[in-house]
Design a protein around this ligand. Structure first.
Ligand SMILES: CC(C)(COP(=O)(O)OP(=O)(O)OC[C@H]1O[C@@H](n2cnc3c(N)ncnc32)[C@H](O)[C@@H]1OP(=O)(O)O)[C@@H](O)C(=O)NCCC(=O)NCCS
Length: 185
């Protein structure tokens, strides 16, 4: 006897609208020069392990293809009003545990500090936590990524664990923080 059938996270997703942003599925046509440039911008990826890689349209297409036939979501963040793509989000779903690990990159640097990241994060989090197939949402970041820590804390996630001095940033050991929030079902 199997477990009861639950809705698929990937199939359930259509688009999401926040106050400042809209989230929709990232498409091959979204692999623009700007997008590849964000991933190769040392300031944008300063806290991410993407900083150790060089990105090309081909490597980006390969990453996008990795989401096909998976339970995971790769989304683009568009600014409301002008429709400019300002970043991306990922949601990695474990159907066995009904957990989702969420990530975000606002790559369009002129858009930083204007609440776009917070808006997109909160919109996705609210949608995920409302899904019957999701029990818990998690996220992680380096402690020194102050904007990301603020964003996560403001979304009502709780600090669950610290891996002290787990990664090196320019040779300096940095803590990794892990946050979670339960859906209540
Ligand atoms: C982290 C990131 C998503 C924040 O997005 P954003 O749109 O600039 O953030 P918001 O404007 O929504 O602000 C969110 C919170 O961070 C704070 N914040 C924003 N930029 C900040 C900065 N440079 N320094 C300190 N705090 C900052 C804001 O004040 C806000 O907190 P508050 O509501 O308490 O004031 C964005 O900077 C980014 O994508 N950076 C590069 C990729 C990255 O680091 N991703 C996370 C990897 S774990």
């Amino acid at each position: 006897m199997g477990t009861p059938e639950r809705a698929s996270l990937r199939k359930s997703f259509v688009t999401l609208t926040g106050d400042k942003t809209t989230l929709s599925r990232f498409q091959p046509s979204d692999i623009t020069g700007d997008y590849v440039g964000w991933l190769n911008d040392p300031v944008v990826v300063q806290f991410s392990n993407q900083r150790f890689l060089t990105h090309t349209p081909e490597s980006c297409a390969g990453y996008l293809a990795s989401f096909e036939n998976s339970e995971n979501l790769f989304l683009k963040i568009e600014r409301k009003g002008d429709g400019v793509c300002v970043g991306t989000m990922t949601a990695y779903y474990s159907p066995h545990h009904r957990t989702v690990d969420v990530g975000i990159m606002v790559g369009h640097r002129p858009g930083w500090g204007k609440g776009l990241g917070q808006d997109a994060w909160s919109a996705l989090l609210a949608w995920l936590l409302d899904l019957d197939c999701v029990r818990k949402v998690t996220a992680g970041t380096m402690r020194c990524n102050v904007a990301m820590v603020r964003l996560i804390e403001r979304s009502g996630m709780s600090l669950e664990a610290v891996r002290p001095q787990q990664e090196l940033l320019d040779g300096v050991p940095q803590d990794l923080l892990y946050f979670g929030r339960f859906s209540g079902h």
